[in-house]
Design a protein around this ligand. Structure first.
Ligand SMILES: [Zn+2]
Length: 132
């Protein structure tokens, strides 16, 4: 009985060790300079930053173009209160919404690019940047 439990526990430990080794193998870049392991390595957010910037700019443009319905609604409300102000507010709101949406989408896309295309890493120990 005790023997069986021991074997099972050993088996589980072995499997766990294998799984850990595997997961480290899969996304476990090792620093080429100082040999720091995966917990010392972080991803350089190159794509997500660029993606956010590009996405934000695109989003602002799209928001500006797609503002029509929004600015009409805002314009109607705004013009009812202060004539002339509503249209400007509507444009600004459209741009801002577009910018925020674009930034979020761009960040998401950029993050995927970071993990799949660019794969640039930085070692926290020696600050070495390297590709995988
Ligand atoms: Zn290093």
């Amino acid at each position: 009985m005790t023997q069986n439990q021991d074997t099972e526990e050993q088996e589980i430990n072995r499997l766990l060790a294998e799984m850990t080794a595997l997961s480290e193998d899969n996304h476990g870049p090792v620093c080429p300079r100082c040999g720091a392991s995966v917990d010392q390595i972080c991803l350089v957010p190159y794509g997500s930053r660029t993606g956010a910037a590009v996405g934000g700019a695109l989003g602002a443009g799209v928001g500006l173009m797609a503002r029509k319905s929004l600015s009409t609604v805002c314009g109607l409300i705004g013009n009812a209160i202060v004539p002339g102000v509503g249209l400007v507010a509507g444009k600004m709101t459209g741009m801002l919404l577009g910018f925020l949406t674009g930034t979020t989408v761009g960040q998401a896309v950029g993050s995927v690019v970071d993990h799949t295309v660019i794969r640039k890493y930085r070692c926290k120990r020696c600050q070495q940047t390297f590709d995988v």
